[in-house]
Design a binder for this molecule. Structure first.
Ligand code: ATP
Ligand code: MG
Ligand code: FE
Length: 342
């Protein structure tokens, strides 16, 4: 069983071919980071244009690397949302054209389901499992009792973790996207500043990062006015310590409360060295298995979309030919749909 995956929700044009939902045959990612860097963030119109320019090239490369043609493919899976509508549309329309012209089934995939299923390319899931999703647009704790079933038990009330990283990086005048730069600086610095931790209500698995972001900005402003010198490394280390403390503590608490077999980490911020280290330390002595994908599967790619698409395909889900990009597709609605529809 070979599933073709297509991903264009943000600033990566990606195509992959995955065998049986677990084995990567080819995985091509064209990143646009260079084009967005000078704007300090992703510019939607530029993203759409790049996807149009790159799509055919990336698609061809994915087939060439796999030494396969569309005839060898069982179904075409594509990210239908959430993401930038103009960017999503390029992938959705490519997938529709390819599937329709070659009489292949079409599968719509939720981008975050994709991030979660990136882990299945490494290791088989055992349920119930808890997924910590930490990306540019999402920070969520998701309980999965079975394949294709997603229950959000906690989420951010304001900024996503990756967003907080990128905003703090910007105030430190680091390039976009700033997450990896802060991560690197943090390794070299010390936690000299006691930034706040947003624990929220005692029984809540929700997150909040906007207060922390403001605290960092205020600290920098105050230091500037007093001509006080703050080391960027120490700010990065202190900021990162606050983020990791909350993420890891809540994940551990939820994992125990829901008695899960596995904890999986997903999304771009899962690439964070400090977070990986802290999670590994916390789970090493626990019977709960911790899965963190390799770096190239943490950030946006299409192998994860093909992996999640395989699950939807095997559950009998098929998208109609009028499939549309859905920039605000909800994970729980997607979850119900893969279970009960078709
Ligand atoms: P979403 O998946 O929510 O739609 P997205 O696709 O833009 O958002 P990803 O591509 O999953 O997000 O992740 C990008 C984010 O990950 C950026 O915010 C980036 O700064 C962050 N990131 C990447 N590497 C690291 C790192 N080592 N440490 C912290 N953050 C990181
Ligand atoms: Mg991205
Ligand atoms: Fe993503």
């Amino acid at each position: 069983q070979y599933i073709l995956g297509i991903e264009t929700s943000c600033d990566e044009t990606a195509v992959a071919i995955v065998k049986n939902g677990t084995e990567i045959i080819s995985n091509v990612v064209a990143s646009q980071i260079e084009s967005h860097k000078r704007f300090g963030g992703v510019v939607p119109e530029i993203a759409s244009r790049h996807h149009v320019e790159q799509m055919t090239i990336v698609l061809e490369e994915a087939f060439t690397k796999a030494k396969m043609t569309i005839d060898d493919i069982d179904a075409v899976a594509v990210t239908e949302g959430p993401g930038l509508v103009g960017a999503l549309l390029i992938g959705v329309n490519t997938a529709k054209a390819l599937a329709f012209a070659n009489s292949k089934p079409l599968i719509g995939v939720h981008h975050i389901a994709g991030h979660i299923y990136a882990n299945q390319l490494e290791k088989e899931f055992s349920f119930p499992l808890l997924a910590l999703v930490v990306s540019g647009g999402h920070t969520e704790l998701i309980l999965m009792k079975d394949h294709g079933s997603f229950e959000i038990i906690g989420e951010t009330r304001d900024d996503a973790a990756g967003e907080a990283y990128d905003k703090v990086a910007r105030t430190l005048q680091l390039p976009y996207p700033g997450g990896p730069f802060i991560d690197k600086l943090a390794q070299e610095g010390k936690e000299t500043i006691d930034f706040p931790r947003a624990w929220l209500e005692q029984d809540s698995y929700d997150f909040s990062f906007s207060g922390l972001k403001s605290a960092v900005i205020n600290k920098l402003h105050n230091a500037e006015q007093r001509n006080e010198v703050l080391e960027k490394e120490d700010i990065a280390a202190s900021f990162q310590a606050s983020v990791i403390d909350v993420l890891v503590t809540k994940t551990l608490k939820a994992a125990i409360a829901y008695d899960v077999k596995q904890v999986i980490v997903a999304g771009g911020v899962a690439a964070n060295k400090g977070l990986r280290k802290e999670l590994e330390a916390k789970f090493v002595a626990s019977p709960i298995e911790l899965l963190i994908p390799p770096l190239y599967l943490c950030t946006d790619n299409a192998a994860m979309i093909a992996a999640a698409g395989t699950v939807a395909y095997n559950q009998g889900h098929r998208a109609a030919w009028d499939l549309n990009a859905n920039p605000s597709l909800s994970l729980e609605k997607y979850s119900l749909r893969t279970k009960y529809e078709n």
